[in-house]
Design a protein around this ligand. Structure first.
Ligand code: GRG
Length: 625
């Protein structure tokens, strides 16, 4: 690395030629640290103080103290956070159990995990699922390692950091293993560990790109380049910071006889004034630049010339952490307010569930996003949220279940639009999926969405109780199978020659009603209710499902394509025996109104608490889209 002799304006003492400071570059805050700090500050602005932060947001006491002054409260455990409060998880990443505990307390949870740590989580989980034993090269007990271990069941990952550690593992050489690396681990030591692992095991896979983050790599390389020219290296950082301690080790390994970790100018070595030679200065990824400036000013005051070294320019920026959960407090406001708030939250939920894991087919993920995100009324998701709220269930759990239902619903629309079924070109005001992509992609995106919907329900993040998760999965399976969507769609495609009103209701209650019933049932499962309350809710759902489809049939005659977002006047052309065809438009409207009354009646026992559900019934019968 070429050294620029740009003397910085730190201090004003006479500069002596041999007494100089080489200031490593890059140093200090990385993009993940900056993003985590911004998250706490923005959360304070949006929600007001206090916001709670689990553990040190980044490993630097000065940063933590500054945020405390602004109103952040740091805790060790989510159980210390008042129910319903805003809680932020640290940049190091957290175990799944932490999120589950946070959900149980109905915390409005914002996860400031560094995206590069999320990458390691995803790798470890994928390898565990692929049946590999994972060797995590890292420091046992470090929060990042604790968080990574907490993504998978205990015992499937071993933490190692010295080649000797491999001797203590009882793994046969033919065991299928994978390695992952703590993002702040020392580069050279990781290389040694990877070499030891690949020498010992026959079937080894690792990440496609290094797990050690760009900032750790750049800071280690920068200090490695100047350390041999330094008599002393000062790493400005906190003793709790792993990457700070690694910088000290790297400087020593690169040949500097003396390397020390100091928090600020107040900790300059007492004999600094007597140093005749060169001092290297760098800072950990969690150290504010102000601390470095303080050290440089103190050294300049002792007569050191400050030279800023050239270094790698860092342009990495991460997308801001979504603060939407802060507003996800309760289902309040007008129906339109609730729908728009929920739509955003569901879109986020779906976006992260579909994910962007490497090695997956991009076109498939793109098609899944096209089918689910940025469209649709989210009627079923709002239903889950409203029922969960009524029964004391947690909103974040309702969001997950709502998003899972939206996956299934989107699949049913995608397949319904295929040429072999309704053969539609327009859905939600855009080209149908098979028109935008192709038929095979539409079939497969639908398949993957069904799988994703079930996966979301079965995931621990949806509910801490495995029995609740199993019941959700069972109920959804029944809602989509022979007695639900698939069976109802068959009845629609292959109706009897002269269908009766009973036949029609049976078909519509399966094809459309089953998922609406599931939404209500699932919302109730997330909370608790008496047998009587449950039976009333199911009666409400039965009537709501039917009225929703009857209105859909009516919209085919009275709706406006630009508003409904799909081709209309098709039922008549296709000779479909819809509610309007069978009962006439007036008859269908009358039937819809009777069903709406039955919805309200079923809700009587709940009093004013059920008004969001009453709004949904009114919407179902009067909607124009
Ligand atoms: C899920 C296994 C499985 C099979 C699906 C294709 C199929 C079998 C069923 C078709 C079901 C279907 C499309 C019923 C119509 C339901 C309906 C009224 C859809 C419109 O719902 P909205 O208005 O749509 O809520 P948005 O776009 O607002 O989400």
């Amino acid at each position: 690395m070429a050294s620029r002799c740009n003397t910085q304006g730190h201090g004003d003492k006479q500069i002596s030629g041999s007494r100089r400071v080489l200031l490593a570059n890059p140093r200090g805050f990385c993009a993940g640290v900056q993003r985590a700090i911004d998250t706490v500050e923005q959360a304070l602005q949006r929600a007001g103080a206090p916001v709670y932060v689990r553990r040190a947001i980044v490993h630097n006491r000065a940063v933590v103290e500054e945020l405390e002054r602004k109103g952040a409260v740091f805790v060790q455990d989510v159980n210390e956070i008042p129910e319903g409060a805003v809680a932020i998880l640290s940049a190091h990443g957290s175990a799944r159990s932490v999120k589950v505990a946070a959900q149980a307390r109905q915390l409005r949870l914002v996860d400031a995990i560094c995206p590069l740590v999320s990458k390691v989580h995803a790798e470890v989980e994928a390898w565990y699922r692929a049946g590999r034993h994972v060797l995590l090269i890292g420091h046992l007990g470090h929060p990042e390692v604790v968080g990574t271990l907490g993504q998978v069941p205990a015992g499937v990952v071993s933490v190692v950091n010295r080649p000797d550690d491999l001797d203590t593992l009882e793994l046969a050489p033919n065991t299928a293993v994978a390695y992952a690396v703590q993002t702040t681990f020392a580069m050279r030591e990781a290389e040694g560990m990877i070499a030891a692992i690949t020498a010992r095991y026959r079937d080894v896979v690792g990440p496609r790109s290094s797990d050690i983050c760009y900032a750790t790599t750049n800071r280690q390389q920068a200090i490695e380049a100047i350390a041999p020219r330094c008599d002393l290296v000062l790493v400005v950082g906190d003793t709790i910071s792993s990457n700070a301690r690694r910088l000290v080790e790297v400087a020593q390994a690169a040949g500097c006889p003396d390397a020390r970790l100091i928090a600020s100018a107040a900790n300059l070595p007492a004999d600094a004034a007597d140093y005749a030679g060169t001092i290297g200065v760098t800072a950990a990824a969690s150290t504010p630049e102000a601390a470095v400036t303080g050290v440089c000013e103190a050294l300049a005051a002792l007569g050191f010339a400050i030279e800023e070294c050239d270094g790698e320019a860092e342009r990495v920026r991460f997308r801001a952490v979504s603060l939407d959960p802060i507003d996800e407090k309760a289902v309040t406001g007008s129906l339109e307010d609730r729908l728009s708030g929920l739509r955003r939250a569901i879109d986020n939920e779906l976006d992260s569930a579909i994910g962007a894991a490497r090695g997956r087919d991009r076109r498939l993920a793109e098609a899944m996003r096209y089918a689910t995100i940025g469209g649709g009324k989210r009627f079923r998701a709002l239903l889950v949220a409203a029922v969960a709220d009524l029964c004391g269930g947690a909103y974040p759990q309702a969001l997950r279940v709502g998003a899972a239902i939206e996956c299934i619903h989107a699949q049913s629309l995608v397949h319904d639009d295929l040429p072999c079924m309704d053969d539609d070109d327009l859905r939600r005001g855009r080209p149908t999926l098979h028109r935008k992509f192709d038929e095979a992609t539409a079939v497969l995106a639908g398949d993957a969405l069904i799988a994703l919907g079930f996966e979301m329900l079965a995931d621990e993040a949806t509910h801490a109780d495995p029995a609740v998760r199993a019941n959700l999965v069972l109920a959804l399976a029944r809602a989509v199978g022979q007695d639900g969507l698939a069976g109802g769609q068959m009845m629609d495609l292959y109706p009897p020659a002269a269908p009766t009103k009973q036949d029609l209701f049976e078909c519509e209650s399966r094809k459309t009603g089953a998922l609406i019933r599931f939404a209500v049932e699932a919302g109730a499962m997330l909370g608790s209710c008496s047998a009587e309350e449950r039976s009333r809710l199911l009666r409400f759902a039965e009537n709501l499902g039917l009225v929703f489809q009857i209105r859909d049939d009516m919209l085919d005659s009275i709706g406006d394509t630009a508003v409904v977002g799909k081709a209309l006047r098709k039922d008549g052309d296709a000779g479909r025996k819809s509610a309007t065809a069978l009962l006439g438009l007036e008859g269908a409207a009358k039937q819809a109104s009777q069903l709406e009354n039955a919805c309200h009646e079923a809700l009587d026992m709940f009093g004013p608490k059920a008004s969001p559900l009453r709004d949904l019934a009114r919407f179902a019968v009067s909607r124009m889209h």
